[in-house]
Design a protein around this ligand. Structure first.
Ligand code: FAD
Length: 285
């Protein structure tokens, strides 16, 4: 019964896919294979991350323009404000607008070592982008609380600031405790956040890397996941199947709870994300 209703739901479900800029010719071809495969699922948009505090920011601009021109997909660049001044940010945004880019994922970016008090938060960037033009803006949300936040309520109000500044939706940090996302969604509604909180789904294929990254991002990896991946350090194929099955369970519960938009952290690979979308009833048009 669950499977039937999920596949019927597929008709109303929107998916979006996140990629990162490749840094080698081999990774570039993997990225394009993935984009071309996932394109068939008619995503609402695809996004490309932006390396805050890195020297690779132009890569994002170039890939975004290439995706837009070569695939016709709606391409949303991520943009961070931690490492640029207002003038630079306005120039980047104007350049995007002039190239037909209407969607931006607006972020602050992580603080570089030694900086405690940023000049701008993401809410300020949302305001700046809206001054440049009427972009469709996504911002970040943290169901398990951003690591720097004073407390959960302050973090929630910081999200409300971003929505009040003009953001159209929030995309969540990845999570594995699905209940924590649903509780967070309720808390957003309780403080008057009336825009969609889109769950960020991370199909896990490298469990060891995940454990390191989760600590930095304050995301809990539940004990049951440790036992699911136990003994698979040298078995990529089984890890992928386990990772896909965990994400499939997650999206089924979320769609039963009325979630209609899903954002996938693809890590530039199509296979797991494609399989998860398939079980949601999202099929090539
Ligand atoms: P903010 O919303 O500004 O919040 C940052 C912290 O400051 C939070 O703890 C918040 O509670 C607090 N805060 C907010 N406003 C105030 C205020 N007025 N006073 C005091 N405290 C305040 N990083 C990249 O470098 N490149 C990317 O492409 C990228 N993409 C991402 C995509 C998604 C969907 C997500 C969830 C994260 C992404 N990140 C990316 C990571 C993000 O840049 C970091 O998590 C960063 O530390 C916070 O960014 P933010 O936009 O959430 O910041």
């Amino acid at each position: 019964v669950l499977n039937q209703s999920v596949s019927e739901l597929g008709r109303d479900i929107n998916v979006s896919f996140e990629f990162f800029p490749p840094n080698s010719p081999a990774m570039t071809s993997t990225l394009w294979e993935s984009i071309n495969r996932l394109k068939a699922l008619d995503p609402k948009f695809v996004s490309v991350t932006y390396g805050a505090n890195s020297g690779t920011r132009d890569l994002t601009h170039n890939i975004i323009k290439q995706i837009k021109h070569e695939t016709g997909l709606i391409a949303a660049p991520h943009l961070t404000c931690i490492d640029a001044n207002r003038q630079e940010l306005k120039q980047i945004a104007t350049d995007y607008w002039d190239n037909g880019i209407r969607n931006i994922v607006a972020l602050r970016g992580d603080l570089p070592p030694g900086l405690n008090q940023p000049d701008m938060y993401a809410a300020d960037l949302v305001g700046l982008l809206k001054e440049v033009n009427d972009f469709d803006i996504s911002v970040a949300a943290y169901p398990e609380v951003h690591p720097e936040a004073k407390n959960a309520q302050a973090d929630l109000l910081a999200l409300k600031d971003k929505i009040d500044a003009g953001a159209d939706r929030a995309i969540s940090q990845f999570f594995f405790d699905t209940e924590s996302f649903l509780r967070f969604r309720d808390r957003c509604a309780a403080v008057g956040i009336d825009k969609e909180i889109v769950p960020g789904i991370l199909p896990v294929s490298n469990y060891k890397t995940l454990c390191k990254f989760s600590k930095l991002t304050n995301v809990k990896v539940p004990n049951w996941m440790h036992s699911q991946f136990e003994g698979l350090d040298n078995d990529q194929a089984t890890r992928n199947l386990v990772g896909a099955s965990i994400a499939i369970d997650q999206v089924k519960v979320l769609s039963r709870e009325g979630v209609k938009d899903f954002h996938f952290y693809t890590l530039n690979r199509a296979d797991l994300t494609y399989a998860i979308c398939h079980t949601l009833g999202v099929r090539p048009k």
